[in-house]
Design a protein around this ligand. Structure first.
Ligand SMILES: *Cc1c(COP(=O)(O)O)cnc(C)c1O
Length: 371
């Protein structure tokens, strides 16, 4: 059996629909290929499914973070606290505006930002904190929000991987002043291209994000630029495709969740062999990838390769240890949780169209290694 980590046939079932939508948008007399009625319809659908007051489609998850940070008016002299173990746009979205990304450590088990580390890094220049949900687990949003409120700072919730996840009854993307989802192909609600959305309940922030995504225009007066914006517009073909795909989203998430439940049950006995599975349960859990923390990671990876099973190591170098962010890594600072996560995380396949037989084979193979 060969099971690649990244599935080569993610959109196989939607092949015909995609072709039809491509034709429909391409031959539509409107000839509108960005920010048209399909984009507006997708925004409405995501408003309904998340309960957010405002949803603004944009060019990518990275684009969404860029818009969110800019909408808060962050600039030179300001600090934004971001996780040291994460995808690079959490830091570049801040640095690109001339502001300072301040790296907080992450919890070595859940791999999400550690609220204690956040609290210690708050200064009079801190404008916002940007928790990110990572892999299988949502950040501790209740504590982050409490800390942020106590210090009068804003929260940008990077929910790029976590669309559909729910913590304490509140959907991901709804916890922050602004939230961001990504449609990058392998994300929970991925697509056959680039895209994302910004979510907010704040009408003023929503208005600002809408203007910023299209060169600071207001959508009525063309070539009138209220703000210095960006090009972070969304594609009509992908809007149509995401509307088509949204119908099956809940089922695909549920399938991922069931696979995760099964893995977690199978791997629980391996805890004393140096394998830590994500905590069991459904609250605050996302199923973007299923990440283990493994002491003998290299050996397990080689074993899985022999078994024909693909695996993946995310973020092998923490952000403040990256050459690009060296200038924002204070001398002598340490991020032991982030370093631990970088050295030990190993993701195994969890895509929704894996068969039960494949899932069992993957779990068996991991367990066999420790026998
Ligand atoms: C993928 C990802 C992003 C960026 O999303 P893109 O759509 O790829 O730009 C941001 N943050 C996290 C945590 C991600 O995993």
């Amino acid at each position: 059996m060969t099971i690649p980590f990244f599935p080569p046939d993610l959109f196989e079932q939607d092949r015909r629909a995609f072709k039809e939508l491509l034709y429909e948008v391409g031959t539509d007399p409107e000839q509108k290929f960005i920010l048209g009625r399909r984009t507006a319809e997708l925004e409405d659908e995501l408003r309904a499914s998340t309960g957010a007051e405002h949803v603004i489609a944009c060019s990518s998850g990275t684009g969404g973070l860029n818009l969110a940070v800019q909408a808060l008016g962050v600039g030179p002299g300001d600090e934004v606290i971001v996780p040291a173990f994460c995808c690079q746009p959490v830091a570049s979205s801040v640095a690109n505006l001339g502001a300072t990304p301040v790296f907080a450590d992450v919890d070595p088990h859940t791999m999400v930002i550690d609220p204690d580390s956040v609290e210690k890094l708050i200064t009079e220049r801190t404008r916002a904190v940007m928790p990110a949900h990572v892999f299988s687990i949502m950040a501790d949003m209740p504590r982050i929000n409490k800390i942020a409120r106590a210090h009068g700072i804003k929260v940008i919730e990077d929910a790029a991987v976590a669309e559909g996840a729910v913590l304490d009854g509140v959907p991901s993307g709804r916890w922050g002043d602004l939230g961001v989802f990504s449609f990058f192909q392998v994300k929970a609600f991925g697509t056959a291209g680039e895209g994302g959305v910004v979510l907010t309940d704040d009408p003023e922030l929503a208005r600002t994000v809408r203007m910023l995504r299209n060169h600071g225009q207001d959508g009525v007066n063309r070539f009138l630029h209220h703000r210095i914006g960006q090009n972070s517009r969304f594609d009509e073909i992908l809007a149509a495709f995401q509307l088509h795909r949204h119908a099956g989203f809940e089922d695909r998430l549920e399938r991922r969740a069931r696979i995760a439940d099964y893995y977690t049950e199978r791997f629980a006995p391996l805890a004393d062999r140096g394998v830590l599975a994500p905590p069991a349960g459904r609250n605050g859990r996302c199923y973007y990838v299923y990440s283990l923390l493994v002491r003998r990671r290299g050996d397990l990876r080689s074993w899985l390769i022999e078994k024909g099973i693909g695996s993946h190591v995310y973020y092998p170098v923490p952000l403040p240890r990256q050459p690009a962010f060296a200038a924002w890594a204070p001398q002598g600072a340490e991020w032991p949780g982030a370093q631990y996560a970088s050295d030990h995380n190993l993701a195994i396949p969890i895509w929704p169209h894996l068969s039960d037989e494949q899932v069992t084979y993957i779990a068996d193979s991991v367990c066999e290694f420790f026998d």
